[in-house]
Design a protein around this ligand. Sequence first.
Ligand SMILES: Nc1ncnc2c1ncn2[C@@H]1O[C@H](COP(=O)(O)OP(=O)(O)O)[C@@H](O)[C@H]1O
Ligand SMILES: [Mg+2]
Length: 231
Amino acid sequence: MSDKILDVKGLSGGYGDITIVRDVNFSIGKGEVVCLAGRNGVGKTTLMKLLSGALAPGKGHICLNGKDLSGLNAFERQQKQISHGLQEQSVFSGLTVRDNLSLTGKWGKSSLVDRLLEAFPIIEKRYDVQAGKLSGGERKLVSFCRSVVEDGLMTLLDEPTEGVQPENIERMGEVILEQAKQGRSFIVAEQNLSLIEQIADACWMMDHGELKSLFPASPNLRERIVSELLI
Ligand SMILES: Nc1ncnc2c1ncn2[C@@H]1O[C@H](COP(=O)(O)OP(=O)(O)O)[C@@H](O)[C@H]1O
Ligand SMILES: [Mg+2]
């Protein structure tokens, strides 16, 4: 793989004394989109949090663009260009949609903001609505736009499509692919097999806190994922 952007070695961690993610090793190239699939509770969200610093890692190393981020907190990692769209509580419910987006410091006049508003016109219509009053799917769209507009080298999206309408899921996929073409890398924890088929260069299967198999993009990717989930 050329231009390795994220390199993770021996990453383990969890909650207090409970280890959830065990000795995870992988790397991701510049512009690569990797999906993370697996049954509920296998540790996808915990892995994402260990990567972004939302949870302090127990053990291991996380290098982004050659720099070791292991000792940095979530804010410092964000400065180093890891963006994280959380699965739960992905927006500030007491703030308007506009304020949620403005908090990134990047929701101004830009071709990326124009592209996101073109893909999801509902965002502009809901600008002055408190995020807590949105539907679950609309909140996910706001969270998606926030993570994308942060424009990080590495973007982590944790179940971005929960409750989102199919046409907007497809547009999320289009935006991810356009951004990846410009050299951004993505890890997307996802259950929606159509989105995985649309965007994945490869899909990691996770089980019991470990990365078990890596399936490259292929015409039978969906079948491979489903059969692995049934084991
Ligand atoms: N805050 C927490 N404290 C203790 N255990 C947790 C916490 N959050 C998640 N877990 C446990 O960690 C395991 C992995 O959860 P999670 O990473 O959310 O899985 P996934 O995202 O794959 O559904 C589960 O057994 C879950 O019960
Ligand atoms: Mg999860």
